[in-house]
Design a protein around this ligand. Structure first.
Ligand SMILES: [Zn+2]
Ligand SMILES: [Zn+2]
Ligand SMILES: [Zn+2]
Length: 56
């Protein structure tokens, strides 16, 4: 079985995470690594990825 997974950077400006298009959260036509990034950290939660500075 062959799968092509493209890796893209999370659309959150402060986020350094790279996410596969398969696993990405899509919102507003952009790809995010997590729900927190997708909702612009409304709840001030980080993306839960170690070493990532984004908290909205
Ligand atoms: Zn992140
Ligand atoms: Zn992110
Ligand atoms: Zn973020």
């Amino acid at each position: 079985m062959t799968m092509t997974i493209e890796m893209v950077k999370c659309a959150c400006a402060d986020c350094v995470c790279i996410v596969g298009t398969d696993a990405a959260i899509q919102a507003e036509g952009r790809m995010f690594c997590s729900d927190s990034c997708a909702n612009h950290h409304e709840d001030s939660a980080g993306c839960e990825h170690g070493g990532c500075p984004c908290h909205g």
